[in-house]
Design a protein around this ligand. Structure first.
Ligand code: ACM
Length: 537
């Protein structure tokens, strides 16, 4: 064949494929949330009609199992005889969190430089499988290249104010997984309940996990009224191990939070000798900031070290959140013993004493190869080296994120102004919404204002690890209510953390969320409908 003939044949082939494209125009937009970095659609479809063979080596076995589950959830069977193949492959040319997903007529290939990236690819495929079920059991041929923008994409859940059952915690993790979020900050301890079994201290759960009743109405409205119904519950160590493994299979690391030195009322109720007053108190029954703090006795540090010994055995991740927020120092100021201890330690004031307290715990956890994360109050009096700071006090001067960055800390952005998912979602507030703590963070405001558009100067932005949504459950007594508060805001946050700026467009997000809402409905997950209701703005 001459060069001329080859050129003619190529030109004819291109013309034919253009003709085929115009007859059978490939889909032009994706429904995937978060929006991938790059998608090139092509003609043709991968058919799921006769079942699919899933191929993976041992390292990617979890991904294979998940795909087989997702296939069956969407009406397709895994079938080892099928010519239609889905394969998972490690490929050292790609980054560990990066993946490609190539869909041709007979093959879907997910490739990544690491297992984490493969897991992200599996979740993208899961959304496509759900879509396929609605569009004739086939997936449009396409090539996706994708990787996260921010490394930390988190959600928090407070299970102390209201206990959430194991099944729901797993569902919450699964909601994060489909959105490719990767850190679950599990707020296991607070004044209103201690929710983690610690074998050495059984009263933490026998006593600390139960309160005798709960406040009715808003925490700021007096006189206080109570429902008269006991509330409580906790997670056994076996249940925690299952949840940790469930999360790991889905690419999610759990950061457990054990609050100190404040928000300690449930622990002090269980063991009064840990407190500053010695009185026998109850687990708290209302909302706000309780005055009960741990004391500074060596025996209290021994208690906390023993607690952390069990915590680190359950949670293999590198990070442990130690709280540090809202520790009102009145009890320390009023306790003779604490004041004496402060003098012995040569610590000048109570803020510095908090810093001492946090540093002791950070040093202990360092011996266990763990790094602490703390709310931004850990900066008061100086935070330990390497501590990660969860920035939440967006109103505070000086700005805690700026202070953390200047001191070289890695920062998780969770400004109350945008990342508190216990806030109302519309300007009409409780005339159309269930009662919430206050504030107002509609999904479009979160998406467009975007917590990552921080005012940190350019040279300090490298300290931003990522962001998380916080879900404090004072006013969310049920899983159904939590779902209403987190969706669609969780999806919006996932997208601003994962996707490139050029793919962030709220109207397009809203279009894709309509599709995602179908997935939520199919899975019996509640969401707030206000995103689709103009009147709510
Ligand atoms: C917080 O909202 N107290 C961290």
């Amino acid at each position: 064949m001459t060069n001329h003939t080859i050129r003619l044949i190529l030109a004819a082939a291109i013309l034919l494929s253009i003709a085929a494209c115009t007859q059978n125009k490939p889909q032009a937009e994706t429904n995937i949330i978060p929006h991938p970095n790059s998608i090139v659609f092509s003609t043709g479809h991968f058919s799921l009609a006769d079942g699919v063979k899933v191929v993976a080596n041992d390292a990617a076995k979890t991904g294979k199992n998940l795909i087989e589950n997702y296939l069956s959830e969407n009406g397709t069977k895994a079938n080892d005889q099928s010519e239609q193949v889905i394969k998972l492959q490690l490929n050292t040319q790609l980054g560990k969190n990066e993946y490609t997903l190539e869909i041709t007529k007979n093959e879907i290939a997910i490739r990544s430089g690491g297992n984490q990236g493969l897991k992200y690819g599996v979740q993208t495929l899961r959304q496509l499988l759900f879509e396929a079920q609605k569009t004739g059991n086939q997936i449009q041929c396409q090539a996706i290249q994708d990787a996260p923008t921010y490394e930390y994409r988190g959600m928090h859940l407070d299970v102390a104010r209201h206990f959430m059952p194991v099944g729901f915690v797993m569902q919450y993790i699964d909601m994060m997984a489909i959105l490719k979020m990767n850190y679950f900050h599990w707020h296991l301890v607070d004044d209103q309940g201690w929710r983690i079994e610690i074998k050495k201290y059984p009263k933490l759960t026998e006593v600390g996990a139960y309160r005798k009743e709960t406040l009715i109405g808003h925490g700021a409205v007096k006189p206080f009224e109570y429902d008269g119904k006991p509330h409580g519950g906790y997670y056994t160590q076996e249940q925690i191990k299952e949840i940790v493994a469930y999360a790991a299979d889905r690419g999610i690391t759990i950061i457990p939070e054990i609050e100190l030195p404040g928000h300690a009322q449930s622990a002090v109720a269980a063991y009064p000798e840990l407190g500053c007053t010695g009185e026998q108190i109850d687990v708290w029954t209302r909302w706000g900031v309780s005055p009960y703090l741990y004391n500074l006795e060596e025996s209290t540090f021994t208690f906390l070290e023993n607690v952390f010994d069990e915590v680190v055995e359950l949670f293999p991740g590198k990070y442990i959140h130690i709280g540090g927020d809202e520790a009102v120092k009145d009890q320390w100021k009023n306790s003779k013993k604490v004041q004496e201890r402060m003098r012995e330690l040569n610590v000048p004031n109570e803020e510095a004493l908090q810093s001492y307290f946090i540093s002791r715990i950070a040093n202990y956890l360092r011996t266990k190869k763990r790094t602490i994360v703390g709310w931004d109050e850990i900066l008061d009096g100086g935070a330990p080296e390497n501590a990660v700071v969860t920035y939440w006090r967006s109103w505070h001067k000086p700005n805690p994120a700026l202070e953390a960055a200047r001191n070289g800390h890695k920062i998780i952005f969770s400004p109350a102004s945008l990342c508190y998912f216990d806030h109302y979602q519309t300007l009409l507030q409780d005339s159309i919404e269930p009662p919430a703590i206050g504030g107002c963070t509609p999904v479009d405001s979160l998406y467009i204002k975007n917590p990552m558009t921080s005012d940190l100067p350019e040279d300090l932005r490298q300290h931003i690890w990522g962001a998380q949504g916080n879900v404090w459950t004072e006013y969310m007594p049920t899983p159904n209510h939590v779902e209403h508060m987190v969706m669609p805001r969780m999806a919006a946050l996932a997208e601003v953390l994962w996707s490139k700026k050029e793919h962030q467009n709220f109207d397009d997000f809203k279009r894709r969320f309509r599709f995602f809402a179908d997935w939520l409905e199919k899975n019996d997950i509640n969401y707030a409908p206000y995103i689709f209701e103009q009147s709510a703005k």
